[in-house]
Design a protein around this ligand. Structure first.
Ligand SMILES: Cc1cc2nc3c(=O)[nH]c(=O)nc-3n(C[C@H](O)[C@H](O)[C@H](O)COP(=O)(O)OP(=O)(O)OC[C@H]3O[C@@H](n4cnc5c(N)ncnc54)[C@H](O)[C@@H]3O)c2cc1C
Length: 407
């Protein structure tokens, strides 16, 4: 694996960093003020003016849709080339959306690129690439352990030229957002199939279809994550045309494998940026804050944490780059182990580094003034979302053991 970024990537890094300095970091306070105002007025589920303005600037600066490897729709970057750019975006909670590179839209767009028909792409992929609509991914259910997706109970039943959809989902990120116009929904078309991995399908469900009710918003450690958020959603006799099915009946797991790889690595890339920013804040604070006659940075324990944070971030970055390289060279399926490895490493690393940064800030660390509490909350969810740590560790161990099983 080459360690030197190409001229193209170095140019994008430079332009992206300049955009972050000029527009994104100063806009964080503006975003917060707009959201506080919206909450005060009783409805935080409205897009902010600042993010919509910055989206126009990012598009004009040609810093738009940088994800999407091997596709005529994206910027033509490989996963390995996108990694350092996505890391930069991960430094700010508002940045990914500004560059049209945020979850769950990137994973959904990749799904539509890979598995959508030309008609599905025309109707849903184009406005998503344009940033004029957003999307959700509805797999997890309140009533079953959804880390094992074979448990999913929602039904997708053929009825003439349509499918009828019934079930309850939760943690559908983005479903509260008025711009969310389309869901990729996972459910069972063939619950009696003896092959549990052929029971499921994925289907496109427009949010305005009758029978869809957003029941409630689910906060994360008290954060509403508005205007995006996470929701519990009921589907009652939701009727969509049969042509909305993705790839065909029984292909849900196949699509999930293809979708979750890119979605997971993007989360990991962003977590590295988040950890880098936390370490930067930790160093600055520890140098300037004096306790017991010397800067906090001069305490051995602080130095040890700073050193360990640097080691852990760089280790995680190298693993992420390796996984990206594998995805580019042998494909997402063959890179399953490397993707599972980073999905364990990156959120745990980020949680630890951010926790040390919080500690170095004292009580200020858990306030809203430094962004660390929110960074911790969002990183912690990634030890669950897109598969809990334990499930990924099981997958890694299974692949490792399979090398030694005698046939
Ligand atoms: C902020 C956030 C956003 C999310 N966004 C989405 C979204 O957009 N769309 C969507 O569909 N879902 C989303 N999710 C849901 C997420 O993907 C699920 O929570 C996750 O897959 C785990 O499923 P579960 O919550 O049902 O946990 P369960 O399946 O009930 O598992 C509970 C715990 O059991 C343990 N466990 C499970 N399996 C094993 C095993 N094999 N070995 C050892 N221990 C095990 C783990 O500790 C696990 O955490 C989101 C979650 C969060 C927190």
């Amino acid at each position: 694996m080459a360690f030197e970024y190409s001229d193209k990537v170095q140019d994008l890094q430079k332009r992206l960093n300049a955009f972050m300095d000029e527009y994104i970091y100063p806009a964080e306070a503006v975003f917060k003020a707009e959201m506080d105002e919206a909450r005060k007025n009783g409805n935080p589920w409205v897009p902010t003016r600042i993010v919509e303005q910055l989206k126009e600037k990012a598009r004009a600066a040609d810093l738009w849709n940088l994800f999407l490897p091997e596709s005529q729709f994206g910027a033509g970057l490989t996963n390995l080339e996108y990694a350092p750019l996505c890391e930069i975006m991960g430094r700010s909670p508002i940045a990914p959306e500004v560059f049209n590179c945020s979850a769950p839209d990137t994973g959904n767009m990749e799904t539509l690129v890979r598995y959508g028909t030309p008609e599905q792409q025309q109707q849903w992929l184009m406005p998503l690439l344009d940033g004029t609509i957003r999307s959700g991914f509805a797999m997890t259910e309140p009533d079953v352990a959804s880390s094992d997706a074979t448990n999913i109970q929602a039904r997708i039943e053929r009825d003439g030229n349509d499918y009828l959809i019934n079930g309850q989902k939760w943690w559908t990120s983005g479903a509260n957002d008025p711009r969310c116009k389309i869901l990729i929904f996972m459910g069972k078309t063939d619950p009696d199939n003896p092959n549990r991995h052929r029971q499921q399908s994925m289907i496109l469900v427009p949010m305005d279809t009758p029978g869809i009710t957003v029941l409630r918003h689910l906060p994360v450690f008290g954060y509403d994550d508005a205007p995006h958020g996470h929701a519990e959603v009921r589907f009652e006799n939701v009727r969509v045309p049969a042509s909305n099915i993705l790839l065909g009946e029984g292909r849900g797991f196949e699509i999930a494998q293809g979708r979750l790889g890119p979605g997971r690595i993007h989360h990991c890339m962003r977590l590295i940026g988040k950890a880098e920013r936390a370490l930067e804040k930790m160093c600055r604070r520890a140098l300037q804050r004096v306790a017991f006659g010397k800067p906090v940075a001069d305490q051995g324990v602080t130095r040890e944490r700073i050193a360990n944070a640097r080691i852990m971030i760089d280790q995680a970055r190298l693993l992420v780059l390796n996984a990206a390289h594998m995805m580019d060279t042998v494909g997402n399926k063959a890179a399953a182990k490397e993707i599972a490895m980073i999905k364990v490493v990156a959120p745990n690393m980020a949680c630890q580094v951010i926790d040390w940064a919080i500690q170095a800030h004292g009580a200020a660390g858990v306030s809203e003034d430094f962004g660390l509490a929110q960074a911790y909350a969002s990183s912690r969810t990634l030890r669950l979302a897109d598969g809990p740590d334990e499930v990924h560790r099981n997958a890694i161990a299974k692949l490792e053991l399979s090398r030694y099983i005698e046939r």
